[in-house]
Each structure stands twice: as C-alpha cells, then as structure tokens.
Ligand binder design. Structure first.
Ligand SMILES: [Cu+2]
Length: 173
C-alpha cells in the first residue's frame, strides 16, 4: 500500500523524484495536513453555527472550570433554560458550564444531588448580582431571569477552588 501511494506521488509531481525518502516524507506530511484541515474546518463550522465565539471574559473566567471545553452552548430564543448543579464525574460542575441566552430568559439551576452541597453565586465582575442558598438535595432549583444583556459569571462557593464555575452570555432578543 505504501509503495503504491509513494509511486503515485512521485509520478504526479516530477519535482520530488530526486529522493525516494524525500517523496515518502512529503507523502506523510500531506496526510497530516489533511487531518489538520478537517479538524479546523469542523471547529469553525461549529463556531459559526452557534452564532459567535466564546467572549474572552467568559473564556478567561472559565479557564480550568469543570466541564468547560472552550465552547458556549447556544440557548437563545428560549423562555426558560436549565443548568444542572452537581454535574460531571465528581458532581462538582455546572452543566453546561457556558451558555448563551436571550435577555428575558429565565435560567433554572437544578440540583442533581451529587457532589455535596452547592450554591450559585455571582462574582464581582458579573453584570448582575444573584445568590442561592447552599443546599445538597436533589431536585432543588434556583431561578434567575436576566433582563440586561451582558456577561454573568458565577461560582459554587463551596467548590469554587475545585473548578465549579459557570458563565452566561446574555444577548439581545
Ligand atoms: Cu459545589
């Protein structure tokens, strides 16, 4: 198989005929190039589909946060969205960690019952102030609606240092 592809390559590009090893290397390089190209293409496609990139402020804040993979989940246009509290393997994550919503959307945080007692508390740099009680029971909920556009940053205070952080980008309707 390898010989065949190399031969094809050499025939196709007269310039690289000089060294068989060089042609082999170039052939491998071409393969890698294709892989990278596909990866980038998919990444860009997803970003465009979601409408925008993750705001830098959110990306910085969520650096190292549990379940944050560098993307933001588009939940715009919904009356109500749900974010799980106590998600992930250890129950120390918000899921999704980053969401984009429309102003006037109500966010409902719902406790899974995993990972001990949690709360939802905005941090100083957040556009709005909000804070729930610290509870552990499954099914507990905390609601907050956001009328102003902007970036909402919050943590679970008992687990902030363990990466339990979340962010919401509120955009215009
Ligand atoms: Cu917590």
């Amino acid at each position: 198989m390898r010989d065949v592809s190399r031969r094809r390559f050499v025939q196709a590009t007269g310039a690289a005929v000089a060294a068989g090893t060089l042609a082999g290397c170039t052939g491998n390089g071409g393969g890698n190039g294709n892989g990278n190209g596909n990866g980038n293409g998919n990444g860009n496609g997803n970003g465009d589909g979601d409408g925008a990139e993750v705001p830098q402020e959110i990306d910085d804040f969520l650096s190292g946060a549990n379940l944050y993979d560098g993307s933001i989940v588009d939940m715009t246009g919904e009356d109500e969205v749900t974010i799980m509290v106590g998600a992930g393997d250890g129950g120390l994550a918000f899921d999704p960690a980053a969401v984009r919503i429309t102003s006037s959307t109500t966010v409902v945080w719902e406790w899974t019952g995993e990972g001990g007692s949690h709360n939802v508390a905005s941090v100083e740099d957040s556009e709005s102030d909000f804070q729930s009680e610290i509870v552990g029971e499954e099914g507990h909920t905390f609601n907050q609606s956001f009328d102003n556009t902007g970036i909402q940053l919050y943590v679970c205070q008992p687990h902030e240092t363990q990466g339990m952080k979340g962010a919401i980008e509120v955009v215009e309707e």
